[in-house]
Design a protein around this ligand. Structure first.
Ligand code: PLP
Length: 360
């Protein structure tokens, strides 16, 4: 039976990448050592990390004046590090688009001496649409504006990036980095947990404009962006294997034609599912068509018992991890870069058959 894994993360990785990694686990490039056994200071590993960075720079067209950091602690640690580094005794502006934005806001509120202001919220639509930011909310004195480009649980995504004028814009891009073609120049900082579109969990990628790096030291060097940048992501032992895997994924993505080509494929995949949801009398998307995510697509029948039955039967048929997040219920299909078009087509066919059976 073919298994299609719709997990929101850790998520599917390209087969070619896994095969290369398998060989490197025993003997990395005829070194007689496993990729996992390389010293992070060795020239072999320095090539790995430098190549990974260069590939990411090429894929995202990262300008020279931005630094790429390979860090740990997940996107969740960034939620605390950002206010700690940039908003001490200042105001930090947040756009509340759903579950992940909420976590970022809550973490910022816990940092002393930071004034957190939520300048727009999707609450009125139960977070099924990206809210509009009122023009007067752009307080030019603010330390930054934080957005979540793609809400992994709610399935809403920014289609265009707001123009924040001179206020530095920071984005949690965990679930659509390298899927959408956002421009790095529009941001002072981008961060993403790796486990969706980049590689194994345990790695966090940060892209930060040099002039935005903090110039006041933070109480902990590990939490200090300037220290991490000065030490080229090697203040301590970095997650070497995860960085190696990320490099392989970047290489694979380049072979696919880079971000523009994968974006086209992602649009095609998402359209197959959204069109099926529009045509269905049983399943529907709760998300406003103008805010729909390409990578995380929630859908519902409106009846919990039928949702449960669908998930059970779909799992038995090889469609894994379709259960919606515990906070919202229903179903969710995550269609990251490595997810194949055939998998979405097979799912849509399965949904159609299920719907017909329900109508009998
Ligand atoms: N932000 C978004 C948009 C996410 O989807 C996730 C995880 O799924 C996180 C943050 C948290 O990431 P981590 O588990 O790497 O801390």
């Amino acid at each position: 039976m073919t298994i299609y894994n719709f997990s929101a993360g850790p998520a599917i990785l390209p087969q070619e990448v896994l095969q290369k990694a398998q060989a490197s686990l025993l003997n990395y490039e005829d070194s007689g050592m496993s990729i996992m056994e390389l010293s992070h200071r060795s020239s072999l590993f320095l090539d790995v990390i430098n190549q990974a960075e260069q590939l990411l720079r090429d894929l995202m067209k990262i300008p020279e004046n931005y630094r790429v950091l390979f860090m740990q602690g997940g996107a969740s640690l960034q939620f605390s590090m950002i206010p700690l580094n940039f908003a001490q005794h200042k105001k930090a502006l947040y756009v509340h688009t759903g579950a992940w934005a909420k976590k970022a806001i809550q973490a910022a509120q816990m940092v002393p001496n930071v004034e957190v202001e939520v300048i727009a919220t999707g609450e009125a639509t139960n977070f099924t649409a990206i809210p509009t930011i009122p023009e007067e909310a752009f307080d030019q004195e603010a330390a930054y504006i934080h957005i979540t480009t793609n809400e992994t649980i709610g399935g809403v995504a920014f289609q265009t990036i707001p123009d924040t004028k001179t206020i530095p814009l920071i984005a949690d891009m965990s679930s659509n980095i390298l899927s959408n073609d956002y421009q790095v120049e529009d941001f002072a900082m981008i961060y993403a947990g790796a486990q969706k579109n980049i590689g194994p969990a345990g790695l966090t990628v940060v892209i930060i404009r040099e002039d935005f790096l903090n110039d006041t030291p933070i109480f902990s060097p590990m939490l200090d962006y300037a220290v991490q940048a000065k030490n080229e992501s090697m203040y301590n032992t970095p997650p070497t294997f995860a960085i190696y895997m990320a490099g392989l994924v970047f290489e694979w993505l380049k072979e696919q034609g880079g971000v523009p080509a994968i974006l086209k494929k992602n649009q095609e995949k998402a359209n197959v599912l959204y069109d099926a949801l529009e045509a269905s009398n049983l399943f529907s998307s709760p998300v406003d068509p103008a805010s729909r995510s390409l990578t995380n697509i929630p859908f519902v029948t409106g009846d919990d018992a039928i949702d449960k039955l669908f998930v059970k039967e779909a799992t038995a048929a090889g469609f894994e991890n379709l259960k919606g997040h515990r906070s919202v219920g229903g179903m969710r299909a995550s269609l990251y870069n490595a997810f194949p078009l055939e998998g979405v087509q097979a799912l849509v066919e399965f949904m159609h058959t299920f719907e017909q059976k329900q109508g009998e």
